[in-house]
Design a protein around this ligand. Structure first.
Ligand SMILES: Cc1ncc(C[n+]2csc(CCOP(=O)(O)OP(=O)(O)O)c2C)c(N)n1
Length: 381
């Protein structure tokens, strides 16, 4: 058995400086240890997939993250591991518990995953090793993990029961709840196209702003209008753009804008709660709501009855705007620029896209690295 402090100290020496995840009782001492250390940041995610995307965003902003979760949540993480980390070659260290370890008494809901945890990790391209349980094994285990990550890979330490000594959670002050403000666009009319909204957005966005575009035609349209190193086209991991945006925003001075879709936002609605709670002031979340899964043929989403601005405010966003015209969108953007976020702008748009829409010709691997370089630079002169 090791102590949380021993792990945290060695992880720090190996460059791991950002923690996120979803708890498991096996992980309790380690997560408590991270939470008790006020010099460290732990982002409590609403799902394991969200945590993986948050850590990916943190990496883009120069951090090296550790994602901690129960192996029953490995399924939730498979999508971003395969369609975000893999194509963008974003390294992440995971600590997954081993509930349902064969031969060890556990609850019935862990039996299947316990038997396949290592196979599943291998199948999705994650190298794994046992979580070290004695202090002397810590340094070599973390050094091996760090070496693997430096080559752009994914690595998991698989934690058996009773690996870390008890660590009681010290109470922390909860952040004050600040009621958010709402701005509604009084103008109506025909909903604008996504490309028209993106044009207005680009015309009002300075060169210091980082932009993350959601899966599907949104990123393809953004690329068609302008390909800049501060653009990240999230080709996979539907719903992960806002989580990645949170991971970036918490670790940069830059303004970060997430261009989301209604389908994607609804797929990971929990992300809004995490953003509202950690409340990065530099994050603007734009939901381009065409009411359909436009990228896959126009099948309706359930967004017609969803009031995203109200959801955002209920989740703790500082500002939320609802609009249905280009003028209203511009007014909402100007408001968001003046105010401290996080802000959400919900704009109802028309379905449809350009007849001959291209795809980013720059590969995700290069997109990630130029975006990371952009984030590491000082303000544009
Ligand atoms: C996990 C996952 N499920 C399904 C898809 C297929 N897919 C790609 S884009 C898309 C629609 C996204 O809808 P929305 O966010 O509303 O954006 P829009 O296409 O309308 O711009 C779907 C279903 C995917 N990429 N990932």
């Amino acid at each position: 058995m090791i102590t949380a402090h021993e792990f945290i100290a060695e992880a720090g020496r190996c460059g791991f400086d950002f923690f996120t995840g979803v708890p498991c009782s096996f992980l309790t001492p380690l997560i408590n240890g991270v939470l008790n250390d006020r010099t460290l940041r732990y982002v409590g995610a609403t799902s394991e997939g969200e945590a993986v995307a948050i850590a990916a965003g943190a990496w883009l902003a120069g951090r090296q993250g550790v994602v901690m979760f129960q192996n029953s949540g490995l399924g939730n993480a498979v999508n971003p591991l395969t369609s975000l980390n893999a194509p963008f070659r974003i390294p992440t260290l995971m600590i997954t518990t081993w509930r349902g370890q064969p031969g060890v008494a556990d609850e019935p809901q862990h039996t299947v995953m316990g038997a396949i945890t290592h196979d599943l990790l291998r199948l999705v391209g994650v190298e794994s090793a046992p979580f070290p349980t004695d202090a002397a094994a810590l340094a070599p285990a973390l050094a091996r993990a760090a070496d693997h990550l430096r080559a752009g890979g994914l690595y998991a330490l698989v934690m058996a029961k009773d690996s870390v000594a008890d660590e009681p959670l010290r109470p922390a002050p909860s952040p004050p709840t600040v009621p958010g403000q709402r701005f509604d666009d009084p103008t109506a009319g025909e909903p604008p196209s996504r490309i028209a909204v993106l044009e207005r957005f680009l015309a009002r966005t300075d060169d210091d702003t980082a932009v993350i575009a959601t899966t599907g035609k949104c990123g393809r349209e953004l690329f068609t209008l302008a390909d800049r190193r501060q653009h990240l086209y999230q080709v996979g991991s539907m719903g992960g753009a806002s989580a990645m945006g949170l991971g970036v925003a918490l670790n940069t001075w830059r303004k970060v804008v997430v261009l989301d879709g209604d389908g994607a936002a609804l797929m990971k609605l929990g992300n809004l709660a995490t953003i509202g709670s950690y409340a990065p002031p530099n994050l603007v979340h734009i939901v381009l709501d065409n009411g359909v899964h436009d990228s896959t043929g126009g099948q309706a989403t359930v967004s017609a009855s969803v009031n995203f601005a109200a959801v955002a405010l209920a989740c703790g966003y500082r500002h939320a705007a609802s609009c249905r015209s280009l003028a209203g969108f511009e007014a909402a953007l100007d408001q968001a620029a003046r105010q401290s976020g996080p802000s959400l702008i919900h704009i109802r748009i028309a379905p449809g896209s350009l007849a001959k829409l291209g795809r980013p010709t720059v590969g995700p691997d290069d997109v990630a690295r130029r975006f990371r370089d952009f984030l590491s630079e000082d303000a544009a002169r």
